[in-house]
Every structure is written in structure tokens, then in C-alpha cells.
Design a protein around this ligand. Sequence first.
Ligand code: SF4
Ligand code: SF4
Length: 151
Amino acid sequence: MDGPPPQSAPERWYEPGLAFDCTACGRCCRDHGEYSYVYVSDKDLQGLSKHLGMTEEAFLEAYCREEDGWTILKRNGDACVLLEPSGLCGAYEARPKQCATWPWWVDNLASPKVWEVDVKGCCPGIGKGEVVPADEIDRIAEETEVWYEGE
Ligand code: SF4
Ligand code: SF4
């Protein structure tokens, strides 16, 4: 008698990979609801302050505020405090990890609906460009989670 069919690991809904290519529209540096918070880890703080030639204390004073135990970049009107009038990030090379790893965050990958409605709704780069393999997506998402752990 045949036994039960072999169990396979559940497939990632994004197993075929996901396409993303930043159009440099600048929206993610501006106010768009739940994605407006930019968290600054200790490692982000080290990199940002060094990049801008400031002490960490001076950077915190000028550009950050605290909320619920987190260090967050201040806003300048509807935009991130580090967004320059040119539309470019004033600390691009040292930008916080969450900026560098958008859109490959665990929360964004929760379901096709979150991806197609919430994430795509605020980022025109979703669905454009080359497909990023699922394993690479998971690697970046995990790296981002670890980066902010214990903050
Ligand atoms: S919203 Fe998306 S496409 Fe626009 S700048 Fe940000 S990452 Fe790029
Ligand atoms: S730190 Fe730079 S990339 Fe990140 S939201 Fe601010 S301006 Fe945009």
C-alpha cells in the first residue's frame, strides 16, 4: 500500500522572484504613511555621522528624534530631514540600512496582497526591471532584520 505523499516545504509566494528597479522618483524619502519612519540603528548612526563629518551626538541632535525607544530621522516638512532640495539623499553612501534594502523587507513580503497593494502602491519601481531571485530576496530581508535586532 502506498504511503502518504511526501511533504514538501511550503513554497514562498515569490518563489519565481520579484522585479524591482528604482525609478529615482524620491517618493520613499517623502511622507507616505506607514513607510515614513526611517529607523537609525547604532551602526547606521556610526556610518551617517562619520559620512557627514559630525560626532554621533551632533548628528543625533541635528537629525534624529526618539520614539518608543527607537531613534528615528526627523522630518523636514513632508520629507526626510536628509533629503536635499535636488531630490537626492544627502547621505546616500551611508544611508540607513532600511533605505538601502527597500523593498526587500520581511513585512513587505508577507503576502502577494501586501506586495501588490501596499508596497506597489507607494513605490513605482515595483514590478519594473530585472527579477531578483527569491533566495537573494530572503538574504537581504534577513540581513535587514538582523541589522535592527536589539536596537
Ligand atoms: S519610491 Fe521606489 S522607485 Fe521611488 S525612489 Fe523610492 S525606491 Fe525608488
Ligand atoms: S536617509 Fe536618504 S534615502 Fe533614506 S529616507 Fe532619508 S533621504 Fe531618503
